[in-house]
Design a protein around this ligand. Structure first.
Ligand SMILES: *Cc1c(COP(=O)(O)O)cnc(C)c1O
Length: 396
């Protein structure tokens, strides 16, 4: 109670090159500030319908059930598990980073049985091991995995994993929080069943919403549940009364009106750029960043074929203190890069090139700021070469 003069909060202007949130496009910030209208206003309902179509484009799906959950990516994850997992259900989970463990938590809290298939951090999910687990557990009904593991920067083969799952009568739950908008993701062509994502990674929108899409196989399993979905809020059949009620939408919860304007704008921006161009842009700036980092003597952790362009995990050189570097970058350069998560804390940095953040200015800025900060801390960092290495990629 002591503070007698509260003032408005004005955040500093940062450059966000961590694991999310990413830089938000000014067009989205402007959209957020448009007038709030009622969540059942016909104009708002019209916007919701368009938003669903835009999401279908982003996911490359014609799934009827394609909506943004009014809560962050973690809630999208939870919506998939609470709707699809009933007590006693066996779920095979591929774990190659932090998010696989969260999937395990979800399954167990739903009363399901989690079968873990572990792969080393920094590597893609192993198809053979997954197939062995599917064979060893013929009574499993779901295979869950992370397409783009943000904790390590590894990309897994969502199409091949889903094919394996279907051969063994399992449906898939796929985490695409970091892949949506950043790397190829074709929900229908790859036959992914239940898919969730986030807004603050490669869509460059604000955090707090989670697009999900369920195909007919997933909806069939939900319709045939013997028990009620454990979560009232995330129960997709109730949520659809609001998002999909045709002429008579029923109140379920008050949608986050202005954040949804922002998401609509983010998806319009993605549509205007075109998915394939967005994917190519992430790839180009990744190549430039990689050239710069390597010229500084830094090593990328993930083998090239399994690397995510939008999340670059870099080993921290011997003798360099993680926290000092990140603090200097933030204080002196207003630049945020990510720390290691879980078992890789202190061992690596995670440099994001997500959405709006994947641009030439950011790459040049990040590499030169790292060169300056690391150069002050260690004489073994090569100086004066990194900018040329970056430029060489852009001038190719
Ligand atoms: C960020 C992230 C999440 C969680 O999203 P939040 O919006 O932070 O709740 C889940 N999975 C992956 C792979 C992520 O990168």
């Amino acid at each position: 109670m002591a503070n007698s003069s509260f003032e408005s909060f004005h955040p500093p202007q940062r450059i966000l090159m961590g694991p999310g949130p990413s830089d938000v496009n000014p067009r989205i910030l402007e959209a957020l500030s448009r007038p709030t209208i009622g969540h059942l206003d016909p104009k708002f309902v019209q916007m919701m319908d368009e938003l669903k179509d835009l999401l279908r484009y982003a996911f490359q799906t014609s799934n009827e059930v394609t909506i943004p959950i009014s809560a962050p990516g973690s809630a999208g994850m939870e919506s998939c598990f609470t709707n699809l997992v009933e007590p006693g259900d066996k779920v095979i989970i591929c774990r190659n980073g932090v998010f696989g463990s969260r999937m395990q938590e979800n399954v167990e809290r739903c009363g399901g049985v989690a079968i873990m298939v572990d792969d080393p951090w920094g590597r893609a999910v192993d198809l053979n091991k997954t197939e062995d687990a599917l064979k060893a557990h013929p009574d499993a009904t779901i295979l869950a995995f992370v397409h783009a593991e943000t904790s390590t920067g590894a990309m897994s083969d969502a199409q091949a994993l889903t094919k394996l799952a279907h051969e063994h009568n399992c449906i898939t739950i796929v985490d695409t929080v970091t892949s949506l908008g950043g790397i190829p993701l074709n929900v229908d062509e790859w036959e992914l069943d239940a898919v969730y994502s986030g807004t603050q990674k490669c869509l460059s929108c604000i955090p707090g919403m989670s697009p999900v899409t369920f195909n007919d196989r997933a909806m069939e399993k939900i319709k045939n549940r013997k028990t009620k979905c454990q979560s009232w809020f995330l129960d997709v059949s109730l949520m659809l009364g609001y998002w999909d009620g045709g002429g008579k939408r029923a109140y379920h919860h008050t949608a986050p009106i202005n954040p949804l304007y922002g998401l609509h704008e983010a998806l319009v921006i993605l549509h205007q750029e075109g998915l394939e161009d967005a994917w190519a842009r992430h790839r180009l700036h990744h190549n430039a960043l990689k050239a710069g980092l390597e010229a500084l003597g830094l090593e990328l952790v993930v083998p090239e074929a399994e690397r995510l362009p939008q999340l670059n995990a870099v080993s921290i050189p011997d003798g360099i203190e993680d926290a000092v570097v990140r603090k200097n970058l933030l204080d002196a350069y207003n630049l945020e890069i990510g720390a290691g998560l879980g078992e890789s804390a202190g061992k690596l940095w995670r440099i994001g090139l997500m959405g709006q953040s994947a641009n030439r200015g950011n790459v040049l800025y990040c590499v030169s700021a790292l060169e300056a900060v690391l150069g002050e801390l260690s004489s073994s960092i090569p100086r004066g070469k990194a900018m040329d290495a970056v430029s060489a990629v852009y001038n190719k």
